[in-house]
Design a protein around this ligand. Structure first.
Ligand SMILES: [Zn+2]
Length: 44
């Protein structure tokens, strides 16, 4: 999952497809969206 830096549109890209273009605004700079990873480590 990527996020367009221009319009903040979430874009799902095919791993095989190297074209990284926002379908909404045609901006070519997309940021990789980090999965929700907990920053905190639970002490057990
Ligand atoms: Zn966009």
């Amino acid at each position: 999952m990527y996020v367009c830096v221009k319009c903040k549109e979430e874009v799902e890209l095919d791993p095989v497809d190297e074209k990284v273009i926002c379908p909404k605004c045609s901006h070519r700079v997309l940021l990789k969206k980090r999965p929700d990873e907990p920053d905190k480590v639970e002490a057990v």
